[in-house]
Design a protein around this ligand. Structure first.
Ligand SMILES: CC(C)(COP(=O)(O)OP(=O)(O)OC[C@H]1O[C@@H](n2cnc3c(N)ncnc32)[C@H](O)[C@@H]1OP(=O)(O)O)[C@@H](O)C(=O)NCCC(=O)NCCS
Length: 168
């Protein structure tokens, strides 16, 4: 697997992966809709992703297999949306590639990348208490469960309690 910067040129492959994964993403991700899984919508969004990377605020990576047809395995991003000195990791895996350790490996790599950013002294992963598959990742990597925040559910399977996992 290789992680590379997610660019506008990836839009068609990303849309294919999203479309194939919608039933698996919809319970947890509010943006997982048919309208968003289109090339024009993703070209627009990836334009914003590119601008955020250039501005040094957010860094979004596409995961592809190294062998075969370089299938899209998932997406992982570092987002500065949780206040000064901190950065949050978000991720999703293609429905056909789950349970093989891909996202655990990607989260480990991206955690390492985040910790060397000069202005970051705290990395967080937020997982709804009902999303046990997602929480398995920070737990396994050695993140500390700092607290559970009440937070209105924004997707159908969410319980509305957000586990805040912190590194280091
Ligand atoms: C959560 C998600 C990213 C996990 O991706 P993945 O590539 O399958 O993750 P990995 O294979 O690296 O690891 C998943 C871990 O969960 C464990 N797991 C799998 N099913 C599980 C279950 N039902 N209950 C508990 N743990 C489970 C796996 O065993 C693995 O741990 P292990 O390596 O110790 O065995 C993926 O399921 C997904 O995209 N879900 C929908 C979107 C989403 O929820 N994103 C995160 C929002 S916070």
């Amino acid at each position: 697997m290789v992680l590379s910067r997610n660019t506008v040129a990836d839009a068609p492959d990303l849309v294919a992966a999203m479309t194939e994964s919608l039933p698996h993403l919809r319970p947890w991700m509010p943006w997982a809709t048919g309208e968003n899984a289109t090339v024009p919508a993703q070209v627009r969004r990836l334009g914003e992703v590119t601008a955020s990377w250039d501005a040094g605020t957010d860094f979004v990576y596409l995961l592809r297999l190294l062998e075969g047809d370089a299938s899209v395995v998932g997406v992982i991003g570092l987002h500065r949306r949780i206040g000064p000195g901190a950065i949050e990791i978000g991720y999703w895996t293609h429905a056909a590639h789950t349970g093989r350790g891909y996202m655990s490996a990607a989260a480990k790599a991206v955690t390492g990348a985040a910790t060397v950013l000069a202005d970051v002294d705290r990395v967080e992963i937020h997982t709804d208490v009902a999303n046990v598959r997602s929480a398995a990742i920070p737990r396994k990597l050695g993140y500390r469960l700092e607290r559970i925040d009440e937070c209105p559910p924004d997707a159908p399977a969410c319980a509305g309690q957000m586990q805040i996992w912190v590194w280091p």
